[in-house]
Each structure stands twice: as C-alpha cells, then as structure tokens.
Design a protein. Structure first.
Length: 218
C-alpha cells in the first residue's frame, strides 16, 4: 500500500512559498532541490535527500548543506535534466501516495513552465501517484478523462480547467457557479477559467483529453 508523502522544495522565490508548517504530516519525506535545500534548513526542516548543481547558493551556504544533509546528489551545471526532474524521478521510484512540488513557480518563467511539463509527464506516466504544484496562491494538478469529486475551499475558491490536449471532450461541471454539460473545449480555450463551487462538493468529468486544474486565490 502506498503511504509515503514526498515534498520537493525547489529554488523559487521565498515570497511565493506557502506556510510549510501546514504540510508537516507525520509521514512526510522532505527533499531539497538546489537552493530549496538551504531554504528547508533555514526553516528548521531536515531534508532526507538533496538534488542539485547548487549554482544558486554561496560557498558558505553549500558548506552548511554538506554538513546537514547526509544524502547529497550533486550534478554538473551542464546536464540534460533539470534539478527538479532528477528529484521528481527519484520521488516516483519511492512509490509514494502523494508528491507535492513547492518552490516551483515564479521567478524564471522557463523554470516554471519546465516544472509544469514535469508535472504533466509525471502525472500521465504514474496515474497511481497524486502530484501537485503548490505556492501561496495556487494548487495545480493534472487529470485525464474520468469523473472526479472536488471540495469547496475558502482559501482557494477559484477553479480553472485548462486543456492540455488538442481537445477535451464531454466536459461536465456540476455544483459550480457556471455549470457545463457535455461541452468540448480545445487547446487555447479560456471557457473554463475562473469558476467557483456553489456547493460544498462538486464534480467535474470529461470523456477524452487532458486537463490542468488550477485552484487559486486573489
């Protein structure tokens, strides 16, 4: 049975991080990614393992990382995979129940879009693992065709459904402010941006395609 929860903390801007103490479940394994390793140490969270080329930390900061982290995977800056990709690939091999990516948005847009691509591919390749990207304003995850229940959250009341395949067919939204029944949307459509739940729980379903779900707050 999958029980492990793995949290990856990247080097995104600190001001976009949520309160990490809210995610300190008993079975969580924390993983530092590049500068995210130093951030974890600063916040009093012990990384179980660290990945990175560490070109975004000073010599003094890296010395602290070497002292505090027993398992350190250090790479050359010239490599084919990003530090987050190395970390996420390792996390998947642990057969976790849930993987959360923090520090993966904001700052450099190429890094953020790269992380969204990692989220997409890892979610498609590992359907038994729930994978999320989280920052102070947003939670992002991927779903393929099916029917899903979704809970109303006061802190992230806006819900957007963004097509990541050429077509998403048969999308139906129940319990939402703007319901839909058996609609088709195409890549680039903004029809399903910024919806809200009116009931405590709603459902969304679709028969074909890939959706990115974004739960946001202003």
């Amino acid at each position: 049975m999958r029980k492990v929860i793995i949290h990856l903390l990247g080097g995104g801007p600190d001001y976009l991080l949520p309160d990490l103490s809210l995610y300190q479940e008993p079975d969580v394994v924390w993983v530092g990614v590049d500068r995210g390793v130093y951030t974890l140490i600063e916040k009093g969270i012990q990384p179980a393992i660290a990945f990175g080329d560490f070109d975004s930390v000073s010599e003094a900061e890296f010395s602290m990382i070497e002292e505090r982290v027993h398992e350190l995977k250090k790479y050359k800056p010239e490599k084919d995979e990003t530090d987050m990709e190395h970390a996420l690939n390792w996390a998947i091999t642990q057969e976790p129940l849930l993987v959360r990516l923090f520090g993966s948005t904001g700052g450099r847009l190429d890094h953020m879009f790269g992380n969204v691509q990692l989220l997409l591919q890892a979610s498609l390749d590992n359907p038994l693992v729930q994978i999320e990207m989280i920052d102070v304003q947003n939670t992002i995850y991927i779903r393929t065709a099916g029917e899903y229940q979704i809970q109303k959250l006061a802190e992230k009341k806006y819900i957007s459904f963004i097509p990541l395949s050429n077509d998403v067919k048969g999308i139906t939204l129940k319990g939402f402010k703007y319901p839909l029944t058996n609609r088709h949307i195409s890549l680039g459509s903004t029809l399903c941006i910024s919806n809200e739940l009116i009931d405590d729980y709603g459902t969304f379903s679709f028969s074909e395609g890939i959706l990115m779900i974004v739960r946001s707050t202003d």
